[in-house]
Every structure is written in C-alpha cells, then in structure tokens.
Design a protein around this ligand. Structure first.
Ligand code: ADP
Ligand code: GN1
Ligand code: MG
Length: 365
C-alpha cells in the first residue's frame, strides 16, 4: 500500500502561487518518491515536481540540497552565458516560503522543482537519435562539470561506485542471508563471484592516479535526461542527487548499461535482453563529440570497461537488495530485483563477448 502524504499542507510550505489541484505519483525513479503537483494560478494550470527525498539513503538532506543548489546555480550560469533558457535547461529548486531548499514535516523531507514542460524522459531507447542526443547531453554535462570546483561538494554517498566495496557488501548480504533467499540464487551468487576480477578495474586506476577523479553525475541512465519534444535535443540533465567525485568511465558506462538494452531493466524474459552494439556506437559517437578535450587517453581506453563494470555493479546491487529483502530499490512486485539482476548479468556476458569490438570502436571516434 502506497504511503499517503498531506500534499495540500506540504505544497503550502513552498513559494508557489495558485490553488492546489492535485498531486499524483510520477516517473519511474527507483529512489525518491516523485509526484506531479498541479496548481491553478489565476485560471492557468501550473505543474511542479514534488519529491519526497529518500532520507534512509540520503541521511544528510541539508548537505544533499546544498550540493544541488551549487550545481544548479553553476548550470544556470552556463546556460545563461550561451543564451539558453535556464528555466528549461536546468533543474530549478522552488524555495520554501522561508527561503529554504526543502521542507521537513517532522518525518519526511520534501523538495519542489520547476516542472520542465514539453520534454520527455524515456525508459527505453525507441529511436537511436534520442540515444545520440542523450549522449550529447551527458557529454556536455561532463564538459561543464570539468570547471566545477570539486572541493565545494559534499560526498553524499561515499564509495558510490567503488565496485570493490560493493562486492564486500554483496558478500556480507550473502553471508547474512537475512531473508533465506540465498539457496534460491546460488547460481547467481556464483556468477558474481566468478567475475570478481572486474571489481578493481577502475577503482585501482583511480587510486594510482592513472584515471582522474572528477565531479561526475554518477547516475546517467536515459531517464535522467529530458529530451525536448519539439527539437528532440537533450534539454536538461536531471536527478542531481549523486553529483559527486567519480569517473567519466562510470558515467559513460551507466548510460550504456541502461540504454543499449532493448528491453526493460526488469524484463523477466531474458530472450528479449541483449546488448545492442549499434546503440553502443551511437552513444559513443555522441558522447565523444560533446565531452571535450579534457578526456584523457586512459579514460578513453577504459570506456568499454566502464560499461561492463557499471552493469556488473548494478546487477550485484540488485542481487544484494534481493538478498536483503528489497529495501533499497523501489519494487512493485516480488522478485523484481532478481529480474533486474538477471538482465544485468545477461548484458555483462554479452558485452564481454564483444569487448574487442567495443575497444576498437573507441579508436574510431
Ligand atoms: P529518482 O531519483 O527517484 O530517479 P528523478 O529525480 O530522476 O527521481 O525523477 C523521476 C522522474 O520524474 C524523472 O525520470 C522524470 O521523468 C521526472 N522529472 C524529474 N524532475 C523533473 C522536472 N523538473 N520536470 C519534469 N519532469 C521531471
Ligand atoms: C537508481 O534514482 P534512479 O532510479 O535514477 C540508483 C542508481 C542505479 C539505478 C538503477 C541513488 O537510480 O545508482 O544505477 O537506480 N540511484 C541511487 O536503475 O542509488
Ligand atoms: Mg532518476
């Protein structure tokens, strides 16, 4: 049963003009509770995004929102500089009536964003052009963040893409077997362990300075970029909760993980799940055209590894959550996290079988 919130009371806390019309669940994010809020302002319907921040995960909401204010302010300036529309091309936090960036009702934390109209987020690539445009948008975002002072940002989720730490957490979940699900997924556990060697591929290069740590988005799936309905171009990169130190290879890799699969992330029928190499090339081309000069040779070389690694890590995280009783990623049905893990493992197998071609493609663009 979905939790109900007193939306009429909550919206009043924010600097929003107009009368409450409704507030309904929106989008397909796995972490926050997202709602579309509609108000009537003098006969005109105006929409907002209202989110309950997942404070089980983001325990320091103050610092999280400070990060978001810094990043959105930075983004706004750059959009203004190039003559763009900062109300559509960036996320805009709507303040509370007291001037804060979020509202705490004693139990839950809420924030409001200006609704970006006439733009869409996609769950699956329908048209390669959309995927290309998403690559350009994320590449531009990376390029933009290259000038952002990392020391300003608080690391909200430390070790977010530290795959070695993720593996340790996975093994803890296996050992604890808190929900008695281990026996059922022994084959999957063995698969994860058999691929353990992947874990250090990028983390170790960051540790030795071979790959630079940068300010990155860290959650670059297709449904975290809005495409303009009129032009089809990437309009705004959203979901800025995880903007933190990371690697370009992670951001590139996470987009590939999500977008190069023609089926849903939780598709139970694995015959529908496969790694579409043509879409990989499409994304690679768009990303490299936009990411700018700052990408190093080593980062370029490691882009395909980033794709395998993000997919492996995400599958491991889904399986961890399944073992821990589905407490992290939102689920709508039993075994959804297990289905999600399966799709990721299938994609890793597919990618590993074409690694040479993936690397060769990098040298072409
Ligand atoms: P989560 O962290 O749970 O993934 P998101 O911030 O990505 O939450 O929001 C979930 C979905 O809500 C997005 O995929 C997008 O479709 C929609 N959304 C988020 N922010 C906006 C916005 N400012 N304007 C329009 N739609 C938005
Ligand atoms: C979560 O919030 P959302 O749905 O964009 C998760 C990502 C995973 C993704 C898998 C903060 O992203 O790390 O890759 O699900 N976000 C967080 O779809 O853990
Ligand atoms: Mg999201």
């Amino acid at each position: 049963m979905e939790q109900e919130f007193e939306f009429q009371e909550i919206y009043k806390q924010f600097a929003i003009d107009g009368d409450f019309v409704d507030c309904v669940r929106y989008g397909e994010g796995h972490i926050n509770d997202t709602f579309k809020l509609t108000v009537n302002d003098g006969g005109k319907e105006v929409r907002y995004i209202l989110q309950r921040i997942n404070n089980r995960l983001f325990t320091e909401v103050d610092k999280l929102m400070r990060n978001i204010e810094l990043v959105t302010a930075f983004c706004r300036k750059s959009v203004e500089k190039r003559g763009g529309d900062p109300m559509r091309e960036c996320l805009n936090v709507v303040p509370t009536k007291e001037g804060g960036s979020y509202y705490f009702d004693g139990a839950n934390y809420f924030r409001v964003y200006v609704f970006i109209e006439n733009a869409t987020t996609y769950q699956i690539v329908r048209d390669p052009r959309d995927f290309y445009e998403s690559a350009v948008a994320f590449g531009n975002f990376a390029n933009l963040l290259a000038d952002f002072d990392a020391s300003q940002l608080y690391e909200v989720l430390p070790n977010f893409h530290n795959t070695k730490v993720r593996f340790e957490n996975f093994m803890k979940a296996v050992k604890a077997d808190a929900f008695g699900r281990k026996a059922e997924v022994q084959k999957e556990i063995d698969w994860v362990i058999a691929h353990k060697n992947l874990c250090g591929e990028i983390v170790d290069k960051i540790a030795t300075g071979k790959i630079p740590l940068r300010v990155t988005h860290n959650d670059t799936k297709l449904n975290n970029v809005m495409l303009d309905d009129a032009t089809g171009k990437g309009l705004a990169v959203i979901d800025l909760d995880t903007v933190m130190p990371g690697s370009l290879c992670y951001d590139f890799g996470d987009s590939i993980r999500f977008g190069c699969n023609p089926a849903a992330e939780d598709e139970p029928d694995l015959s529908k799940v496969n790694f579409r190499f043509d879409l990989y090339e499409t994304y690679l081309k768009g990303y490299l055209s936009a990411v700018g000069e700052s990408i190093t040779e080593e980062e370029r070389k490691m882009l395909p590894v980033g794709a395998v690694l993000m997919t492996y890590e995400c599958g491991m995280r889904f399986l961890t959550d399944y073992l821990e009783g589905d407490v992290y990623f939102r689920t709508h049905r039993p075994k959804q996290n297990l289905d999600r893990a399966h799709t990721q493992f299938k994609l890793v197998d597919d990618m590993l079988s074409v690694m040479d071609r993936m690397s060769e493609a990098v040298t072409r663009y």
